[in-house]
Design a protein around this ligand. Structure first.
Ligand code: DGL
Length: 281
């Protein structure tokens, strides 16, 4: 998916003024973009949602890696100064390969979420929910144990949460029923912390909290990632020094109007113009 060349040819004075590229399989990464925009309101954002090929959760590792590399190439070609992989599934299976090939720093959502979970947990009994791909990869469990070898991690794939979040069924009996079914095994493990290891799950936060109980701390990987992005910009001297509120551009590989409609719930505000990118990634 190639964005129109006019997008990035605007007068970019220095690398600090260049946008941060944020990408996901579709709308979900907007929850991560929200956190980045809130923490870094002066950063230009170029968001790519691969709506033609998402969701990525049920796809093979090889496919997800290939898509991630294609999008990374597109973002780098458009001059982004940093890439945020705002998709847990991609971060779980393709972070290293993207980091190896990108010419800019790349941040995924797994390690920031894992670190935040270890900080939050007292009992060291941590649950992780995510897509089939994320849970099968064991990426969160590995990252959590890297931070704390004593931690006990229980993973649970919750694939139906993705369409439920996109449908906006945040307060629906069917969602509650499905949440009880998915989350019951985690309750048996007596977790005190639960990582929302999928971009869509913050949308269902209240029903998840209700089912697991008030004593369980929910960790939003997106929020933890935004802090890591801010720290990395400072470390690399890449912060945008402008005091103006930045511009956010949205590109998708298919059906921009649907992305704008559903995306409003994920971003928490109207998206404005969403463009369909031309060509292949
Ligand atoms: N963005 C994906 C994730 O965070 C969820 C949607 C999908 O399966 O692509 O894993």
């Amino acid at each position: 998916m190639s964005a129109p060349s006019s997008v990035m040819t605007s007068s970019v004075a220095s690398v600090n003024d260049a946008p941060i590229g944020i990408f996901d399989s579709g709308v979900g990464g907007l929850t991560v973009a929200r956190a980045v925009i809130d923490q870094l309101p002066h950063e230009q954002i170029l968001y790519v949602g691969d709506t033609a090929r998402g969701p990525y959760g049920p796809r093979s590792l090889a496919e997800v890696r290939q898509f991630a590399l294609e999008i990374m190439d597109g973002l780098v070609a458009r001059g982004v100064k940093m890439i945020v992989i705002a998709c847990n599934t991609v971060s779980a299976v393709a972070l290293e390969v993207v980091q190896k090939h990108a010419k800019v720093p790349v941040v995924g959502v797994i390690l920031p979420g894992a670190e935040a979970a270890v900080r939050a947990s007292k009992s060291k009994r941590i649950g992780v929910i995510g897509t089939v791909g994320t849970i099968a990869s064991n990426a969160y469990a590995n990252a959590i144990r890297l931070c704390d070898p004593q931690a006990s991690v229980t993973g649970q794939a919750c694939p139906l949460f993705v369409p439920l979040a996109e449908e906006g069924w945040t307060d629906h009996a069917a969602t509650e029923l499905i949440a009880k079914e998915y989350l019951f095994p985690l309750k048996l493990h007596k977790i005190d912390t639960l990582v929302l290891g999928c971009t869509h799950y913050p949308i269902l936060r209240s029903v998840i909290q209700e089912v697991v109980g008030a004593g369980v701390t929910l960790v939003d990987s997106g929020e933890a990632t935004a802090q890591v992005v801010a720290d990395l910009l400072d470390e690399k001297g890449l912060r945008n020094m402008s005091s103006a509120r930045a511009n956010v551009q949205f590109f998708v590989s298919d059906i921009p109007h649907k992305f704008a409609e559903v995306g409003e719930r994920f971003l928490g505000e109207r998206l404005g113009r969403v463009r369909r990118a031309e060509g292949a990634f």
